[in-house]
Design a protein around this ligand. Structure first.
Ligand SMILES: NC(=O)c1ccc[n+]([C@@H]2O[C@H](COP(=O)([O-])OP(=O)(O)OC[C@H]3O[C@@H](n4cnc5c(N)ncnc54)[C@H](O)[C@@H]3O)[C@@H](O)[C@H]2O)c1
Length: 281
């Protein structure tokens, strides 16, 4: 790994686990001072202690305005500035079907996955303006930003939403020299899906589905982190307003051709579900 981020200050949210932890390690390995934000304070502290370079763990909930302002303030107090921001914290919300989805569950997912990145982008822009420029931002989107499915509806809604946020922020940031991009992971076994171990589309089932991805496997957090680190680095100096899929080819699959893999409709399964729902009524 080159020391291409020497002297840079990076904030990563959701850094206690999975993709965020892997990104914090990558950025630190490339020379950046890293601020690790997470509601899991112990987890953030542990990862912060493990990274090779200078680091600071800041407990915080990205859906809360005061927490987001506090983590940017802490970064500046500790390291003097902010250059790079990876807005990555996220939750899946429940696997509940649409008619049973509660407003509270919907709002909770919107709070973390959409208001969180908005607050983070806004705070970063305010800081960049105050310090006379910067910087780069990457938002963790998802294959759920690009494709439809009937489960995880609030998740899918917010992951589509962050692409609107990313593009709007990119239009605002371009003339200021602030690059804004998104990364769209496919199936990556992390805490997010392990927490839903027995759910269809969660834990074990996710591993099984991995065998239908064009590359025939799930991805690792570090494979996502590598692309985030690239987007935050000067190697990506002309990449702006872009969403890059890191999904083993999942997003290119045609669902209407027989060779369709991940995402191809298993119509027998859909029909079984529909007849089950109809019988219930
Ligand atoms: N794992 C996948 O397959 C996958 C696929 C596409 C997108 N993503 C996205 O990647 C991102 C990281 O997820 P992951 O897979 O590494 O999961 P993860 O559960 O391992 O990590 C998510 C981290 O976010 C933290 N977090 C949750 N709510 C928070 C809040 N309100 N404030 C601060 N921190 C909070 C958690 O404590 C956790 O440490 C998420 O945005 C997720 O939607 C993951």
């Amino acid at each position: 790994m080159t020391r291409s981020l020497d002297g840079k200050v990076a904030v990563v949210t959701g850094a206690a686990s999975g993709i965020g932890a892997a990104t914090a390690r990558r950025l630190s390995g490339a020379g950046a001072s890293v601020v690790l934000v997470d509601v899991d304070a112990d987890g953030a502290r542990q990862v912060a202690a493990d990274v090779p370079g200078r680091s600071l763990a800041v407990p915080g909930d990205v859906s809360r305005e005061e927490d987001v302002e506090r983590y940017v303030r802490s970064a500046v107090e500790e390291f003097g500035r902010l250059d790079l921001h990876h807005l990555n914290a996220g939750i899946t919300g429940p696997f509940t079907e649409l008619p049973e989805m509660s407003v509270e569950d919907f709002d909770r997912v919107v709070g973390v996955n959409l208001r969180g990145p908005f607050l983070g982008v806004r705070a970063a822009f305010r800081q960049y303006a105050g310090q006379g420029g910067g910087g780069a931002i990457v938002i963790t989107a998802s294959i759920a930003s690009l494709r439809g499915s009937h489960d995880l509806l609030p998740y899918q809604t917010t992951k589509h939403g962050v692409l609107g946020l990313m593009r709007g922020a990119a239009m605002y940031g371009g003339p200021l020299g602030v690059r804004v991009n998104a990364v769209a992971p496919g199936l990556v076994p992390t805490g997010l899906f392990a927490a839903n171990q027995t759910a269809t589309g969660g834990g074990d089932d996710m591993i099984r589905r991995g065998t239908t991805v064009p590359l025939r496997r799930t991805g690792s957090p570090d494979e996502i982190a590598a692309v985030v680190a690239f987007l935050l680095s000067d190697d990506a100096s002309y990449v702006h307003g872009e969403v890059i899929s890191v999904d083993g080819g999942s997003a290119i699959v045609s669902t209407v051709r027989p060779s369709g893999g991940a995402g191809a409709w298993d119509t027998a399964e859909v029909d079984r579900r529909v007849s089950f729902e109809t019988e219930k009524q």
